[in-house]
Design a protein around this ligand. Sequence first.
Ligand code: 5GP
Length: 210
Amino acid sequence: MSKKGILTVVSGFSGAGKGTLMKALLKKYEYGLSISATTRAPRVGEEDGREYFFLTRERFESMIKQGELIEWAEYVGNYYGTPKKYVEDQLAQGKDVILEIEVQGAFHVREQFPDALLLFITPPCAEELKNRLINRGTESLDKIEKRLSRASEEAVYMKDYDYIVVNDDLDECVEQLNDIIESEHSKTLRNEAFIEEMSKQLEVFKKGDR
Ligand code: 5GP
């Protein structure tokens, strides 16, 4: 069956719990998580090269110019982008790769990789989203308001994703994500070479009369 790596894009409102979800998913299953470049400042506990590559605006703009990013977007005043090399190398080796990026970036990825799988993570309701952002305690009230306002803009695009995953229970959500990606490997469209080969092998059994 399909050994080609699947490129999965995971988006979701800020505060939906994507970061925690990705960590839990990677702890249990083997996926390559792309590390993005950003111009935003590191949060307490974040390390350069682990959560993000933290860059100056100049360095980021030079990466754009040199064509080193698959996609990039501005999000609440900062640049975020996906370095090309890692993703291309992993996919070429047949590994499944996950990009955790916002909606504009997701659709740019789909333009370049039409068979990318797009998943959208959301908490069960808006109130829960607000509470999670406040309880996370990493952003000022002003930034939280900006992120919530951005969430209401992003909601328009939820319907364009392949799957919506409600992040209510972390463990259940991890299993659901893994199941979706696993099933994707079985899609007929991703197994055309297998189908062709199997049909060819079966031809020797073909009888003229029925
Ligand atoms: P945060 O500042 O909370 O880490 O991320 C803010 C938003 O930027 C999130 O929605 C996250 O998914 C998105 N993001 C992170 N990396 C990238 C990237 O490489 N490209 C794009 N387009 N968005 C990204």
